[in-house]
Design a protein around this ligand. Structure first.
Ligand SMILES: [Cu+2]
Length: 251
């Protein structure tokens, strides 16, 4: 009479235990990140952002579209405002109402991470124009950030901003209005071109954090995987309890 239930419990425990094996323990601390950047200053620029934060290791991939060709584009994770972006039609303190960087700092905050192609990634490199991607070049880098910044990003407090807008359509950064960040540069070199919040998805499954493929699709896919994985873990745990109780009863 007891043989059948015991067999079932064993089968359930073994069968379900195989599912969590497919998701190694390293997945526990990684948090998937994603963002859809939209234009500011009528730049026409959009960008897809994917990545992950695992401890203090930030992985970030940016695929921009519409940035001024052959020109460097400063890009940062901003933190410390209201974790939001201005609307595209918002006017600012630049020429003909162009929105300058400081005009929306109350929304997206200050530079926390400079997304340079190499070397330093601190706010000090915020305008290191020789170390930022040129034109629509895609970007992918793994960066060690401070614990404070990591926590803020994991809490969903990051905003990604791409800079550099050819406001007058001349094909290069020029014009008489100086940048509010560096008066030696024209505002076109630093005005925000696109902005989007760095959104936090569910826990990362293997491969989720390094998915450079179809952008936004990664987030929903790993969410589903997480739910299934979580249910399997819970079920396996319950089956294990049943098994232990039966073993205990037998002794
Ligand atoms: Cu910025």
């Amino acid at each position: 009479m007891t043989a059948l239930p015991r067999t079932l419990a064993l089968t359930a425990a073994l069968g379900l235990a195989a599912l969590p094996l497919a998701a190694p323990a390293m997945a526990a601390d990684a948090t998937d990140l994603s963002g859809n950047l939209t234009q500011l200053n009528d730049s026409g620029v959009t960008a897809e952002v994917t990545g992950s934060i695992d401890g203090t290791e930030l992985r970030i991939n940016i695929t921009p579209n519409g940035l001024l060709a052959d020109a460097p584009h400063a890009q940062h994770i901003h933190i410390g405002g209201t974790n939001s972006c201005p609307s595209n039609d918002e006017e600012g303190s630049g020429a003909d109402g162009a929105l300058q960087v400081s005009d929306a700092a109350d929304r997206y905050g200050a530079i926390a991470v400079s997304l340079t192609t190499e070397g330093d990634t601190s706010p000090d490199s915020g305008l290191a124009v020789d170390r930022f991607p040129v034109g629509d070049a895609s970007y992918s880098r793994t960066i060690e950030v401070s614990q404070e910044v990591a926590d803020q990003i994991a809490d969903g407090d990051g905003v990604v901003v791409l800079h550099g807008v050819d406001q007058n359509g001349s094909g290069t950064y020029d014009g008489d209005t100086p940048s509010d960040l560096d008066p030696s540069l024209p505002e076109e070199a630093t005005n925000p071109a696109a902005c989007g919040t760095l959104d936090v998805a569910q826990m990362s499954m293997p491969g989720g954090g390094v998915d450079t493929g179809a952008g936004g699709v990664a987030g929903s896919g790993s969410t589903t995987t997480f739910v299934v994985g979580g249910a399997a873990l819970a079920a396996a745990g319950a089956a294990g309890v049943v098994l232990l109780r039966r073993r205990g009863a037998q002794d």
